[in-house]
Write a protein that binds this ligand. Structure first.
Ligand code: ADP
Length: 388
């Protein structure tokens, strides 16, 4: 392998969103050459990377030709053309995460089946082809309320998930191949980001706890360390490590978990890439998730995942009712909040609940950090210039 510090080692990233941008920024510290494929150079990673290639990460030819030009190929989004990745892999291109694992992870049905086969803990599930089949199962009393429907392939950020508590919610059913799982009695939602390199070294970041915006079903706050016992933390980390090994992945794996009211730890879903639940590591860990992903995919020793200080991460979401050129109302005042570190992604257009940036607040006292996070949420509004 060419040394990464030598000029000319090319890291290709499929996707030019904020995760791609932060990966590019981490790579620049080590003089890695970054190549990004996406449809517009105006996306967050476009201006930051060394080489932007215009094309679609969903298109076979675009992905194939892009992959031929780099030394290692990775992703910042799962919904890429895996047929092209499989061909590139056969031709000897190094791809992390592996296209075989990606094909499983992209389909929530295959993912659940995988956990069942590998005896990894997850809730029960059943497959349905469409809404009609689900309604028939309800009529035949094979399926009872409450339950959760998940589109097998179309979902992200809660958009492919319907929580059906009673017959009144049946209009929420999606007419698409889905899995149905029981509504889990959730005590907390936690996540563990774990990394593995080609030598088989595995390291996990401390578990984080997520709090959701009830309207948008998007993560709103994230706390680290999670308020869980050390026993639960150990169990969550052990599950995350077993999961990355089961997938035989190199790079990062973000493992989203439910802690049930009975203190059971269940895998909800995974993402084989840097993840929203690891953003705080840029500001509050010895090694960030982005550096760790790069170390893992170039097969360098993994970094220290310890947190240096407690932190809270807040997603900066576009205000409801605002679509247009983004304007950050109140941002300047928020800069006076001690320990707040701002990451603005540079998306020109804001939309309701669009992720426009994030803030990490570091503070020795987690409660103080949470209060500062709430203050920022109240004072900072991302609105459209035309509607202000
Ligand atoms: P996405 O891939 O769109 O993020 P998830 O599968 O993570 O979708 O689900 C989004 C959210 O919906 C979860 O974070 C959780 O709050 C809720 N949810 C998902 N599955 C269940 C379930 N089986 N029981 C209870 N709540 C669930």
């Amino acid at each position: 392998m060419k040394g990464i510090i030598n000029t000319g080692f090319k890291v290709g990233i499929l996707g030019g969103g904020q995760l791609g941008k932060m990966l590019v920024l981490a790579a620049q510290n080590w003089e890695l050459e970054t190549w990004v494929l996406d449809v517009s150079k105006d996306f967050p990673a476009g201006a930051a990377c060394d080489h932007f290639v215009e094309g679609s990460f969903k298109d076979f030819d675009d992905v194939y030709h892009f992959g031929k030009q780099v030394d290692v190929l990775t992703i910042e989004i799962e919904h890429v053309n895996t047929e092209a990745l499989l061909k590139l892999e056969r031709e000897g291109i190094k791809i992390h995460p592996s296209p075989t694992a990606l094909n499983i992870i992209k389909d929530k049905g295959l993912q659940k089946q995988f956990y069942k086969e590998k005896a990894l803990p997850t809730s029960h599930f059943k497959f349905y082809e469409n809404a009609k089949e689900i309604k028939t199962a309800i009529d035949n009393r094979q399926l009872t309320f409450p339950f959760v429907q998940k589109s097998r392939t179309a979902g992200y950020d809660g958009k492919g998930v319907a929580i059906i508590k009673s017959a009144e919610h049946l209009d929420r059913l999606m007419d698409t191949p889905s899995i149905i799982e029981p509504l889990v009695d959730i005590q907390k939602e936690i996540a563990v980001i774990v990394a593995r390199n080609e030598n088989g070294e595995v390291k996990a970041f401390p578990p984080v706890e997520m709090e959701f915006n009830p309207t948008a079903n998007l993560v709103e706050f994230l706390f680290c360390p999670a308020a869980i016992s050390s026993e639960i933390a150990r169990e969550a980390i052990a599950i995350a490590k077993s999961t990355i090994e089961a997938y035989d992945l190199c790079g990062l794996l973000a493992v989203e978990l439910f802690l049930t009211k009975d203190n059971e730890v269940l895998i909800n879903e995974v993402a084989p890439r840097p993840h929203n639940s690891g953003h705080h590591t840029i500001d509050s860990a010895i090694c960030s998730q982005f550096q760790q992903h790069l170390r893992a995919i170039v097969n360098y020793p993994l970094g220290n995942t310890e947190a240096t200080i407690p932190s809270v991460m807040v997603n900066l979401l576009g205000a409801d009712g605002h679509t247009g050129k983004a304007q950050y109302e109140g941002l300047q005042d928020c800069f006076s909040i001690e320990g707040a570190k701002f990451h603005i992604y540079g998306k020109a257009i804001t939309k309701p609940f669009r992720k426009m940036g994030h803030v990490t607040i570091v503070d020795q006292d987690l409660e103080n950090a949470k209060n500062k996070a709430r203050q920022i949420q109240k004072s900072l509004k991302i609105i459209s210039a035309s509607q202000s």
